[in-house]
Design a binder for this molecule. Structure first.
Ligand code: NAD
Length: 259
């Protein structure tokens, strides 16, 4: 029997990319998984894949920036399975690519709300349930929140990702007394549909800031990483194998952030 039998995980953005790969990995490792996504049909396809592999998952159609819906979603997980062991706060968008001068304040808010406020909401409403057993919270930040600023024009995105790592550190300190660990992962470029999912053509405006960066993706392989590689890291941070790791950001970028 797997050590993870009867353990539960909540995965936001579970319908696509990193969230989907992680939900599948956790389910294959024995976790019962709640898939949360605003695109219910996509999350349902991931659930079907988990079902076919003999796993246990259910889908909730939730906008991660809506406090009432987030609170209700976590309560439903607790009602259904009686515990919340792992939270993967991962849903996010790139937001509009534009200069600060041309950035619409509402668009700034949309990116910060979807990426950062959602992280606060999920952690906040998970605490009452997770503190009963202890657990692991993993937040998807990005190398753009700290080390590399190649993506000129993504000021709101980078700010939201930096905010997530700052929040992660505060949460790790506050929640250690409940044996809740909190860590952030910082992926470099990963092959997902995030651009298609979050940009319309109108979203990408010309960014008139002439700064040049070295060519190439990342030193390790000349290609983006795979969602499954990120899923392996999340699984490690969820598991007892990482029982002394909290308050840390882990880069998974093939050294892209060092370029
Ligand atoms: P993705 O677009 O493939 O998946 C993101 C999922 O989040 C989608 O299914 C989308 O429907 C969902 N989502 C978006 N807004 C939502 C909302 N308001 N409520 C509920 N669900 C919502 O993207 P991905 O690349 O897998 O991104 C996952 C996370 O990884 C994001 O936080 C992103 O910033 C981060 N990240 C991605 C990369 C990359 O290169 N792909 C690099 C660094 C960090």
């Amino acid at each position: 029997m797997s050590n993870n039998q009867n353990k539960t995980a909540v995965v936001t953005g579970g319908g696509s990319g990193i969230g989907a790969a992680t939900a599948i990995k956790l389910a294959k490792e024995g976790y019962q998984v709640c898939l949360i996504d605003i695109k219910e049909d996509k999350a349902a396809q991931v659930k079907e894949e988990i079902d076919r592999a003999g796993g246990d998952a259910f889908v909730l159609d939730v906008d991660v920036s809506d406090p009432a819906r987030v609170r209700e979603a976590i309560s439903k997980v607790h009602q259904k399975w009686g515990r919340v062991d792992v939270l993967f706060a991962n849903a996010g968008i790139n937001g509009t690519v534009t200069s600060i001068e041309e950035m619409d304040p509402d668009e700034w808010d949309r990116t910060i709300t979807t990426n950062l406020r959602s992280t606060f909401l999920f952690v906040k409403y998970t605490i009452p349930h997770m503190k009963q057993t202890g657990g692991s919270i993993i937040i998807t930040s990005s190398i753009n929140g700290n080390r590399t600023f190649k993506n000129i024009g993504m000021s709101a995105y980078s700010t939201s990702k930096a905010g997530q790592t700052a929040f992660m550190k505060m949460a790790a300190l506050e929640l250690a007394r409940y044996k809740i660990r909190v860590n952030a992962i910082c992926p470099g470029a990963i092959a997902t549909n995030i651009d298609q999912n979050t940009f319309t053509e109108d979203d990408v405006k010309e960014v008139k800031i002439p700064i040049e960066y070295p060519e190439g993706n990342q030193p390790l392989e000349n290609a983006p990483g795979k969602p499954e590689q990120v899923a392996d890291l999340v699984y490690f941070l969820a598991s007892e194998q990482s029982s002394h790791i909290t308050g840390t950001e882990i880069y998974i970028d093939g050294a892209e952030s060092l370029l």
